[in-house]
Design a protein around this ligand. Structure first.
Ligand SMILES: [Cu+2]
Length: 383
């Protein structure tokens, strides 16, 4: 390239960089794909990765990263690296499942292979019941661009299990991670009670990676600031955690869903939440053992406690792991147990000067980000 043309490109490159910084638009490379919603003046911008390409030792499902709301970073990455199943004594022991094998479901309007914008809500095994076997021909990620929210859906299989995962990103800033546990016909699920657990890894980078803190809120007591890495359990339906940037005050409330509250933590699932210091190249998953006979319970149990090593998580770059679990009664083949928390923004996320910095000085747009609705939170569907 001639020097003169190189010089001509520099201001253009600088402008492009400035534009990207201003809107915090993520750069999605390789197997990740950009989603901006709405198409004009996007509120949500993120990269998504289909399950078959997801990160982690056994995959991590429908993964999103570089997630920004109102042009400001919320999550560096959000995914589900750990899934396991535990049967009642005398049943089928336990399983440690993978989340990088995609299963078919019903979604029309496939725009490119593995990506659909269906004209009606996609239907997975969770919607139609698993007793009739698999449905549809689509694999990958279906994105519904609705008036008030954008919904990403995918479905995975691990043996006879079928896992539907969704991310719903609301216009008002709420985020709803969702997993539906069900299966196609199999003797284990037909004959034995069992419990499913999914562990989401939520790598928050609220208003930048540093300076985040978690408070645990329980009725009747002062908020508890989590100072050191820790595993936590909810006390009752009023328990919530708040992750916030200490500088800007921007944050997210994490409230267990109604379905999650039906299955408290026990000696297999261990806890409901872990607050950890971010590690750049490790602690993506726990490298739990695969599903090899004789299905020893200690091999299936999550090993997230290994990451609790005494690091400070106050004003830190932190990672929040969240467990959602469900009890599945033997023989209820068409049941899909749905769990997942609701994440609700706190603070003023509107930053109208689009300088990529929320200084809470320049906001003149009144964002409806304090919605207190419980609609759409986890519930159990019975077919
Ligand atoms: Cu089940």
């Amino acid at each position: 390239m001639r020097p003169s043309s190189l010089h001509a490109l520099v201001p253009v490159a600088a402008l492009l960089f400035a534009a990207a910084a201003a809107s915090a638009q993520p750069v999605c490379t390789g197997s990740s794909h950009l989603l901006s919603w709405p198409d004009t003046d996007p509120i949500w911008e993120l990269c998504w990765v289909r399950p078959s390409q997801s990160s982690g030792h056994f995959g991590s499902g429908l993964e999103i990263h570089d997630v920004s709301y109102q042009g400001q970073r919320v999550l560096k990455r959000a995914h589900s690296p750990i899934l396991n199943v535990e049967y009642d004594p005398g049943g089928c022991g336990c399983f440690r499942d993978w989340t990088d094998e995609e299963a078919t479901f019903i979604a029309d309007n496939e725009i490119v292979p593995g990506y659909a914008e269906p004209t009606s809500p996609p239907l997975t095994t969770c919607d139609v019941g698993g007793s009739g076997g698999d449905v549809g021909t689509f694999t990958g990620v279906a994105v519904e661009k609705n008036l008030d929210e954008v919904i990403l859906t995918s479905q995975m299989s691990a043996g006879w299990y079928r896992y539907t995962q969704k991310w719903t990103l609301h216009r008002d800033g709420r985020i709803q991670p969702f997993v539906g546990f069900t299966s196609v016909p199999a003797s284990c699920t037909a004959n034995f009670n069992h419990r499913h657990h999914q562990y989401w890894r939520l790598d928050f980078d609220i208003d930048g990676s540093d300076g985040d803190t978690v408070e645990e809120i329980n009725a009747g007591v002062s908020p508890l600031t989590i100072q050191w890495e820790d595993a936590r359990t909810w006390v009752d339906g009023d328990t919530e955690w708040r992750v916030f940037d200490s500088g800007s005050g921007l944050g997210y409330r994490i409230q267990p869903g109604a379905g999650d509250l039906l299955l408290p933590a026990d000696s297999f699932s261990l806890a409901d939440a872990w607050i950890l210091a971010y590690q750049p190249t490790s602690e993506i998953d726990d490298f739990g053992e695969p599903i090899l006979p004789p299905f020893q319970t200690n091999l299936c149990i999550n090993k997230i406690d290994n990451f609790v090593t005494g690091e400070s998580v106050e004003n830190a770059d932190l990672v929040f792991w969240y467990r959602g679990g469900a009890f599945h009664l033997a023989g209820e083949l068409d049941d899909c147990d749905i769990v997942g928390p609701t994440l609700t923004p706190m603070g003023n996320w509107a930053d109208t000067d689009l300088d990529g910095v929320n200084n809470n000085q320049d906001n003149c747009v009144d964002t409806p980000n304090a919605a207190q609705t419980d609609s759409g939170r986890g519930a159990v569907r019975s077919a």
